[in-house]
Unconditional design. Structure first.
Lengths: 152, 509
């Protein structure tokens, strides 16, 4: 493929359009696989899902065509390295939420996030997690009687 | 049908005898002020985060808290707009044009006072109209069939898709995605599971609260995590601009105030629109009636009055379709509909007939929330600049912790936390690529209404799809919708052409 052809394919709308087409095709296949249920005089259960998936597909096609016709900048990476590391931290936090004592989890997550975001102030790295943990405990557990995961 | 009776009035006023209501309204106002003023945090995010804790409250307490956040959150986006030239919400974008030049000229206090008083009057006008229009609309809504409800739901979703961001195609894709998400789970009519992929957690459908928190809060935190700290210096809040002089200014510009309030309420009434459109229209209208000596764009108080009055007047307007038709007008009312349903109250054509006391209570709580907004902001306005200096490395982890805790509190399910993360990431990808997240939210909330009425309408009319165009009201709704979309697209093409010509001319010279 020529360099120009490659840059055309990397245009923002082309890439987003193709992603939508892919999503639309996959969802349409999934929607056609929905069982029909008992025969009755009503719409099949996959009617509205199919309208949406075909709509997504068509939006993807329009966006791709628009991207191919109108010159525009190439798509950039949606996430930089710092955001990626923070995203990984978020995922770890969400996965651990039910399994780890919420107090310990907050005391680990908050300073880790602050460090990744560039905070180097030791008082802040100590005070913020403690205040956040006490705030969550006071507001959710004590005031609103929410049962959060604890080890003791 | 007498909608508001003496009994409903006394029932509404009785709600105010509970001191807890006042505490919650003031607390909600403070939360709304902080969330609206902090760039990156919004009123919908605040309401989505708070919603889970309202489960255990009664309907009155829950609405007191949420309305407090709603009213203050829409106003406080003007604080960063005035002090750092960055609107806290899209609805305050027009505010920057006059508010920031005023602040730069050393009139920040006057600009902030004008903003809060204008917002107060905007809400007051819209609440008065809510009181008068809602009963009439509710009576009319009783004659609506599934055909009309389907048409209104489509309008709600498409308006958000078309208006909230530049690209109509991206808006439509977001709306389709939202409706698709709402179809996950067991189909209520046939009992057939849809898109559950063998996961029992999905049989009941996608839990709406974690999805909303993910879309509004987690996605925004991922976007903000790119920043190290606050990048801007807020202008200082001076001591000028007394409250009395600002009230005098509003009296002098009473026609602008009234007109902007009416514009805001009318725009709010249309499903899918919102404060951004209202404030631009009101600002444009104020500019058209420019008086000699007025300098728009250089700190003209009348311009600021126009956009702030209409911006907050949207609140009462958006409550009208919510309470009378069950159709949310904007993302916040989409969350409010969920809050009411959680408490066993279904907004819609029967709401005013069956819950007229609650309707009166809502109106009274909106008035109190409006007073609380002014009462909490005015003494604290000199601290406003401090909120803008809160570093992102403090906001992001705290909001994520609160978001996860709030999502978990709904049903103590680890799966909800995963949903929160998934929708947060989807929202992040959408925001960074120019897709309107609000359209997904309206799709998720209005999807079941849309599908139910689509089905009912077709069954009742022998599967004849032309019924949506042949019934007069729905036909008119669809005609107006199509005309609006065509008008918007033509205007967009013309603007693009004019810009190209201008660029070519500039290059030639």
């Amino acid at each position: 493929m020529t360099a120009q052809g490659k840059s055309t394919l990397l245009r923002e709308d082309v890439v987003i359009g193709l992603v939508l087409v892919g999503l639309g095709v996959a969802a349409t296949i999934a929607a056609t696989g929905i069982a029909q249920g008992p025969q009755q005089r009503t719409l099949p259960p996959n009617t509205v899902p199919l309208i949406c998936t075909i709509g997504l597909l068509l939006c993807g096609v329009f966006l791709t065509i628009k991207g191919l016709l109108v010159p525009q900048k190439a798509i950039g990476l949606p996430i930089d390295s710092r955001q990626f590391s923070i995203l990984i931290l978020f995922i770890a936090f969400f996965l651990a939420f039910e399994h780890v004592d919420f107090r310990l989890l907050i005391l680990v997550f908050v300073p880790a996030c602050k460090l990744l975001m560039g905070c180097r102030s030791w008082p802040q790295l100590i005070i913020t997690p403690v205040v956040t943990m006490l705030g969550v405990w006071g507001f959710f557990v004590q005031l609103f009687k929410v049962f959060l995961p604890t080890w003791m | 049908m007498d909608v508001i009776t003496l009994a409903s009035l006394s029932e509404g006023f009785a709600v105010l005898s509970d001191p807890w209501i006042y505490v919650l309204i003031v607390f909600g106002s403070l939360v709304g002020l902080v969330f609206g003023a902090t760039p990156g945090l919004t009123a919908p995010a605040a309401i989505a985060l708070i919603l889970p804790i309202t489960y255990s409250m009664g309907i009155h307490a829950s609405l007191a808290l949420l309305l407090g956040v709603y009213v203050s959150g829409y106003f406080s986006g003007s604080i960063p707009a005035i002090l750092i030239n960055t609107p806290g919400t899209p609805g305050n974008a027009a505010t920057t044009l006059e508010g920031y030049p005023m602040a730069r000229a050393g009139r920040a206090n006057e600009a902030l006072t004008i903003a809060v008083i204008s917002s107060f009057i905007g809400v007051a006008i819209s609440v008065l109209l809510l009181l008068t229009v809602a009963p009439v609309m509710a009576r009319m809504a009783l004659t609506f069939t599934s055909v009309e409800y389907f048409a209104l739901a489509v309008v709600g979703i498409l308006c958000v898709a078309g208006i909230s961001q530049g690209s109509l195609i991206k808006g439509l894709a977001a709306a389709f995605f939202g409706i698709l998400v709402s179809t996950v789970g067991i189909d209520g009519t046939s009992g057939v599971p849809r898109f559950t992929f063998g996961m029992p957690e999905l049989l009941g459908g996608i839990a709406i609260i974690p999805a909303l928190i993910g879309l509004f809060a987690i996605s925004e935190m991922l976007v903000q995590s790119r920043r190290r700290t606050t990048a801007v210096d807020a202008l200082p809040v001076d001591s000028g601009g007394s409250i009395l002089s600002v009230i005098g200014l509003h009296v002098r510009h009473r026609w602008t105030v009234l007109k902007s309030g009416l514009i805001g309420t009318f725009i709010g009434l249309l499903p899918g629109t919102g404060p951004a459109i209202a404030s631009w229209i009101a600002y444009g209208d104020a500019m058209r009636s420019k008086q000699p000596g007025e300098q728009f764009g250089k700190g003209e108080a009348r311009g600021l009055i126009a956009c702030e009055t209409s911006n907050n007047a949207v609140i009462g307007g958006a409550m009208i379709p919510l309470l009378t038709l069950g159709i949310p007008g904007d993302p916040v009312t989409a969350i409010l509909i969920g809050a009411m349903m959680i408490q066993g109250v279904e907004p819609g054509p029967f709401f005013l007939r069956d819950h007229s006391g609650l309707f009166v209570a809502i109106v009274l709580m909106m008035i109190l929330a409006n007073i609380a907004m002014v009462a909490t902001f005015l003494p604290l306005r000199r601290l406003a600049a401090k909120i803008l200096k809160v570093p992102y490395h403090l906001i992001v982890p705290v909001v994520v912790v609160v978001a996860a805790t709030a999502a978990y509190a709904v049903s103590y399910s680890a799966f909800d936390i995963l949903l929160l993360g998934v929708f947060g990431f989807i929202g992040f990808l959408m925001m960074t690529n120019g897709f309107p997240v609000a359209a997904v939210v309206l799709g998720i909330v209005l999807g079941p209404i849309l599908e139910k009425n689509f089905r009912n309408a077709l069954i009742a009319n022998n599967m004849d799809v032309t019924v949506f165009l042949t019934r007069p009201i729905s036909g008119l709704i669809f005609f107006l919708l199509a005309a609006t979309i065509v008008f918007m697209q033509v205007r967009k093409i013309r603007t693009a052409r004019a810009q190209r010509t201008l660029t070519a001319d500039t290059a030639q010279h």
